[in-house]
Design a protein around this ligand. Structure first.
Ligand SMILES: [Zn+2]
Length: 190
């Protein structure tokens, strides 16, 4: 018992040491870019928690002994970690292909921080926003399935999240116009 606890502690310390330098730097960079994006706060918080690997994804729930197994709630065959849930699952792959984002994300980016860092390097601000918004939508869809046993079609999830994002962009646009500094006055109004 003592021996296995010691082994676990040693492996955790080893993991922490090996992750610290690059992860801390990448997270700092990624997070500073993240807060400047024009996306809902809940999407930013989702991305931040995903960077800490702190989302209630099956693989995490199994590690914490909340779930007995870690199979994906949709395909049922692969382990559901964050990258699988938002990007790699075969049930949502076609949606990403159809979206045609030029982010060049590949399966080898297995860490969320690295995944978003690559997206930031390869994509425009709008593409990164779109990527995070859709990723949040798929994560939310996965939660609905796991906790409410309610299934949303992937295409519907994409449409719903894009509509939310578009509403936000419009609201921000209206906010800008309403401060009135850059709107040309109507003819005859002066
Ligand atoms: Zn899956």
């Amino acid at each position: 018992m003592v021996k296995s606890a010691y082994k676990l502690l040693s492996s955790l310390q080893r993991d922490t040491r090996s992750c610290e330098p690059s992860t801390a730097q990448e997270q700092k960079k990624m997070l500073s870019g993240l807060w400047k994006l024009q996306i809902l706060n809940k999407v930013k918080i989702f991305a931040w928690r995903a960077c800490q690997n702190g989302l209630p994804i099956k693989s995490n729930l199994k590690k914490r002994q909340v779930a007995l197994e870690d199979n994906c709630v949709f395909c049922g065959t692969e382990e559901e970690d964050i990258i699988h849930a938002i990007y790699q699952c075969r049930t949502i792959r076609q949606c990403w292909i159809d979206l045609g984002l030029g982010l060049q994300l590949e399966a080898r980016y297995i860490d969320f921080v690295e995944f978003v860092t690559i997206a930031q390097k390869n994509g425009s601000k709008e593409e990164v926003e779109k990527f995070l918004v859709i990723a949040w939508g798929f994560w939310y869809r996965s939660n609905k399935k796991m906790f409410d046993d309610s299934e949303v079609h992937p295409i519907a999830a994409v449409h719903q999240t894009l509509a939310l994002w578009s509403d936000l962009k419009q609201l921000k646009g209206i906010g800008k116009k309403s401060n009135g500094r850059w709107i040309a006055p109507l003819v005859g109004s002066l």
